[in-house]
Design a protein. Sequence first.
Length: 362
Amino acid sequence: MKAKAIALLLLLVALTGCDNEPEEEKGFAGLADDAASYAKVTPDKRFVFPEDHGPHNDFRIEWWYITANLKDADGQSFGVQWTLFRNALPRSKTSPGSDQGWRDRNLWMGHAAVTCEDEHYAAERYARGGVGQAGVTLAPFSAWIDDWALSSQSTTDDPLTDMQLQARGPQFNYRLHLTSSKPLVLQGKQGFSQKSEQGQASYYYSQPFFQADGSIEIDGKAYQVSGPAWLDREWSSQPLTEDQTGWDWFSLHMKDGAEVMLYRMRQKNGEPYLTGTWINADGNTELLAAKDIALEPQGTTGVEGRDMPTRWSVKIPGKGVDVTVEALNPQAWMNLQIPYWEGPVQVSGSQDGVGYLEMTGY
């Protein structure tokens, strides 16, 4: 649920030097800004692949997002995150027909991180579209910013069956091979993922069945690792309301082969907007409404002057799920231009599992 893309990339609007004026920040870091000049998310979209793996330039925000829960031969746990964000500036008032070169409307940003029990390192990259520094292509598929890349040499109609992932920062680097033979998953109602009772929404699909293997390096020490990985793809133009302050998002790999996506959008007044998707091991899905889920913080950790809920109770009674979700490293703080918490979690209770948790707006 990487809706923070606009929050992070709006920072670049004021730095571009173009004739678009910076947008006024409203709600949570601008996510509730009026988006009348962009394409709208409606419930009637028909997804077409591989085309929808590529960019949707008429929409304001978009991301390609990977997380992986990994172990080495000694059983040590690691987490890896890789995200490429695209944000479209409003069309130029003085030259509305020119989107070439430095007038390309897209701003790009990359985030990468590695986490283990004792360390968490994050890095970021920024780029302007139109000059070859960042972008997404379909044939062959590649999403890149500088030398960070999610790419595929697959010749099938779905490049998401066999992919390579790489990134590096001052204290880490990683190279992973991602494979899956299972289908993509449309989140929400056939890919229409609602974020509020007022109708804000995104288009959202996932590949939660990736298996990853490869190498990571932390502080100069190399590890051979493997484990489950999760791809999220989302795009939108106005995903939040002015009353929403942030969100808590979970992706969980359960030991029995099921996958679970949950998020709650916290509001200034009233109960959070809560929803999710139950994904069976064969890829069939079931939309989870608020009445189907009990999601409550159980313990907090002091992180960079904030009390972050790093231990949660997750209950889905209709699926027999009653588990505790706890951070592998409670200090998984993404200390970037606009900071947030994101890191791997461990699942215990009615069954075991692993996953990822993202928390913003605290």
